[in-house]
Design a protein around this ligand. Structure first.
Ligand code: PGA
Length: 253
């Protein structure tokens, strides 16, 4: 059975002291993670060690980075390599968030390079895809998202693909308070799964977790997660509030 996942994406928010406080609050708020459920905390690089100290070793909890370099090592000032993350026992990294694509010009090809290094190193990528508003309005979102998947993931073997989590994040729903409806999310998740199935086979596609991201909150998570192909959420704003994020964890199916 594929994993149901609530992934927190803190983005570039919180001071170190605020991060410590949020971890304290999260640990003090009861949550019910079942066997096939996972909570992931994608925190800024300087807080990875803190996140590890507070969260690692807890059942069904993982710490993640929000990005990594497409280079292995060397003279790339300011970059963080996958090997560095691995050496800190960080098991997971977000790849290709729309904010990386939009503000840092990350292309599908560049993301394919990052995916390759992650998989070689044994780090699990959460691969983000999703269309902007004009594409949704033109009704060509499946072609757009299909191309993102093809150009960043279709060179992988079926064995490699099994180690990837996908996050569908329609750009028009991120940080806007405008959530995709559960039907819109389900429709796209079913498309993503069928697209992966055509290339990698049914059983591989059935086992991939596909998360929805874009204004997931405590009060809409259960409805979104109730759909067949929605295996949890990648959560920005609402993950900065312990009670809200725990509500989202508790809404996993
Ligand atoms: P949001 O962000 O929940 O604040 O919309 C989601 C994301 O960008 O991962």
């Amino acid at each position: 059975m594929r994993k149901q996942i609530a992934a927190a994406n803190w983005k570039m928010n919180l001071t170190y002291q605020q991060a410590e406080k949020l971890f304290d609050e999260l640990l003090a708020t009861p949550h019910q993670l079942k066997q096939d459920q996972l909570a992931i905390f994608a925190v800024p690089f300087p807080y990875l060690q803190l996140a590890n100290e507070r969260m690692s070793g807890r059942a069904n909890v993982m710490v993640a980075a929000q990005n990594c370099s497409n280079k292995r090592s060397g003279a790339y000032t300011g970059e963080v390599s996958v090997e560095m993350l691995n050496s800190m026992n960080i098991p997971c990294v977000i790849i290709g968030h729309s904010e990386r694509r939009e503000y840092f010009n990350e292309s599908n090809q560049l993301l394919a390079e990052k995916i390759d290094i992650c998989l070689e190193t044994g780090i699990q990528p959460i691969f983000c895809c999703g269309e902007p508003l004009d594409i949704r309005e033109a009704g060509t979102q499946n072609v757009f998202v299909g191309k993102q998947l093809e150009e960043s993931l279709f060179h992988l073997s079926a064995e490699q693909l099994q180690h990837i989590v996908i996050a569908y994040e329609p750009i028009w729903a991120i940080g806007t308070g405008k959530t995709a409806s559960a039907d819109q999310a389900q429709e796209m998740h079913a498309f993503i799964r069928s697209h992966l199935s055509a290339k990698f086979g049914d059983s591989i596609a059935e086992n991939i977790s596909i998360l929805y991201g874009g204004s997931v909150k405590g009060n809409n998570a259960a409805e979104l997660f109730s759909r067949r192909d929605v295996d949890g959420g990648l959560v920005g704003g609402a993950s900065l509030d312990a009670a809200e994020f725990v509500k989202i964890i508790n809404a996993l199916k």
